[in-house]
Ligand binder design. Sequence first.
Ligand code: ARG
Ligand code: MN
Ligand code: MN
Ligand code: MN
Length: 287
Amino acid sequence: ERVAVVGVPMDLGAGRRGVDMGPSALRYARLLEELEALGYLVEDLGDVRVPVAETLRGRKGPYLEEIRQAALDLKERLRALPEGVFPIVLGGDHSLSMGSVSGVAKGRLGVIWVDAHADFNTPETSPSGNIHGMPLAVLSGLGYTRLTEVFQAVDPRDVVLIGVRSLDPGERRLLREMGVRVYTMHEVDRLGIARIAEEALAYLDGLPLHVSLDADVLDPTLAPGVGTPVPGGLTYREAHLLMEILAQTGRVRSLDLVEVNPILDERNRTAEMMVGLALSLLGKRIL
Ligand code: ARG
Ligand code: MN
Ligand code: MN
Ligand code: MN
């Protein structure tokens, strides 16, 4: 089985610097070597070109056109992959997932968005204006026309959010209106992550799946290297169990590992956590 790794060293969609170094941190945490040890044939396609934030200084954000171009380049790279190759996209801020999801969606696709946030803002509902708070809305057809015209790719009813604990008011309303399935941390506490995983899989019955994993879904004590931490996240065991249950279905086709911020991290432990989760999703077992 083949895996292709692509980096997107982009922080233009985030409110602070640093996630542009995420792809290096994830590679340094031995993602490729560990996948090879699992028996995968792994190819590193390198990074998508993203303008360096400092070269844009003096311009005011949001860097809509720069983000659009980087995500489009990612989309084209993923489109060009042969059938059966499993892409892992290394971020970078979450706005890159406009490119990854639209790049892998060929027909109906189920999206499992594992995140403390819903990233379902539009320019009207966003309090920050940061584009990494908008990609899931764009993929569902809402927000900047410059983005939806190239990235709309999913039916919001084929989207499941897991681990949510921070929503903006307008975003909450949009999620309801669009029929996105949301499992907040409240449901994780009440139902348990195994039950949620099974419900989500039954709900997305038979669809091929894309998993978009935002490091900030994890509890900040485990994953301090994120730009928008929210207390009360997934534990180590919950996060791994979720990946393992998804792995067992054999339906997952692609993965994003996003929002790792090495500047804010402690000795790369957030990147190491994310690599461990990727390995659980790709079938690493103890026995
Ligand atoms: N909801 C907030 C916003 O729109 C935070 C979004 C954080 N997104 C992320 N991908 N970390 O600004
Ligand atoms: Mn996110
Ligand atoms: Mn998030
Ligand atoms: Mn495991």
